[in-house]
Design a protein around this ligand. Structure first.
Ligand code: SAH
Length: 351
């Protein structure tokens, strides 16, 4: 019999499991505390549970975590990139970013991605599967343990499209914000989506009110569809009202991510069109100088030009900044470390 994935269970599910094992419901809180506050990796460590319960749990449930396969630490700003192996051997990437206001972990939500954006390394081989809530939590727990410092925030901006793994991501958000576990404030969480419009509408009802980031990268349907296939399904006339809906419902400013690509979307005319598109939406534009991905043949622009683009937006009343680059000495764009290690056909050694 396959063991149940206990790290992905919320309190109600833990109560049901304990009842099935003939134990009182209140033990669910103790279990949740061991798994998500103390973050232990074995039932043996749960010393306030009886030995017989620990044994029963060991027979029926597994504590699936992530194992560090490789770790790269930036000498410039302390950013750490991690390659993790999941219990089925799949490999994912996560990043620890050290900001003045606290430590933030960028997590993956899927193994690979199926959205097909033309500039992104994560989607080159399609999607293998979505991560469980426990696997998303484990990335944060493992990094917190490894760096010995508390993690204050998380961004769902690693590999994968979070809203394409909807139920697990919503569950993860409820669990990671639960004060009985990590208790991360929704203010310190950002979810980034390529724009699955119907899911944006349900997300604002189902999940804690985190910051919503939308990957825009184009100023009209023609230019956006060229680099983001999802736009052919959900065009800007649907996406912008959903963004506005999220801002209105949650009272939180929506962030639009915009990767500047040479010759594609970075001219003064593009800035003017972008400002017109976003007028009336409570938002901020985060400009990202494109991280070139070898297989993609697209080029970025200089930081100077990115700042000029930001100026063109702010002149038109749209708040915009250029994203700070971190860990530039440890690896290129998102998803590239994973691809390099998979291509080398190994991943077993910790460096
Ligand atoms: N699937 C989600 C989250 C993952 S990507 C999404 O699409 O938003 C997180 C951000 O990195 C997105 O804005 C994505 O468009 C951007 N990104 C991906 N590849 C990039 C690259 N090579 N250079 C710059 N930004 C990139």
């Amino acid at each position: 019999m396959e063991k149940v994935d206990i790290k992905s269970m919320d309190i109600t599910e833990l109560q049901e499991l304990l009842q099935e094992l003939g134990e009182p419901k209140f033990r669910a809180k103790q279990l949740f505390d061991w798994l998500h506050a103390k973050q232990v990796d074995s039932f043996a460590e749960m010393t306030n549970l009886s030995k017989s319960l620990r044994e029963k749990l060991g027979e029926t449930a597994a504590i699936n975590g992530v194992k560090i396969v490789r770790r790269l630490v930036s000498q410039i700003d302390g950013t750490r990139k991690y390659l993790f192996a999941l219990s089925d051997g799949a490999i994912i990437e996560s990043v620890l970013m050290k900001y003045e206001h606290g430590n933030t972990v960028c997590i993956s939500t899927q193994v690979g991605c199926r959205m097909g954006c033309k500039f992104c390394a994560s989607t080159l081989d399609g999607v293998e599967r979505g991560l469980t809530a426990g696997e998303m939590l484990s990335q944060i727990y493992a990094i917190q343990k490894d760096c010995g410092e508390r993690v204050h925030g998380t961004v769902l901006m690693g590999s994968g499209e979070p809203l394409d793994n909807y139920n697990n991501v919503v569950k993860f958000l409820h669990m990671v914000t639960d004060p009985a576990g990590m208790g991360i404030s929704p203010r310190n969480i950002s979810l980034s989506t390529c724009g699955l419009v119907p899911k944006i509408w349900t997300f604002m009802e189902d999940a804690p009110h985190v910051t919503l980031s939308i990957s825009l990268h184009g100023v009209d349907d023609e230019s956006r569809s060229r680099i983001m296939p999802v736009n052919r399904r959900y065009g800007l006339s649907q996406l912008i009202p959903a963004a506005k809906g999220y801002a209105d419902k949650t009272g939180r400013r929506v962030v639009f991510e915009y990767a500047l690509i040479a010759g594609q979307n970075a001219s003064k005319e593009d800035a003017a069109k972008l400002a017109a598109l976003l007028r009336g939406v409570n938002c901020h534009v985060n400009l990202i100088p494109l991280n070139p991905v070898k297989e993609r043949g697209l080029a970025g622009i200089s930081r100077e030009k990115a700042h000029q683009f930001a100026g063109w937006l702010t002149e038109r009343g749209i708040s915009a900044t250029v994203r700070r680059e971190m860990g530039t000495d440890i690896e290129g764009a998102c998803g590239q470390l994973r691809r390099r290690v998979l291509a080398e056909g190994k991943g077993g050694s910790l460096q």
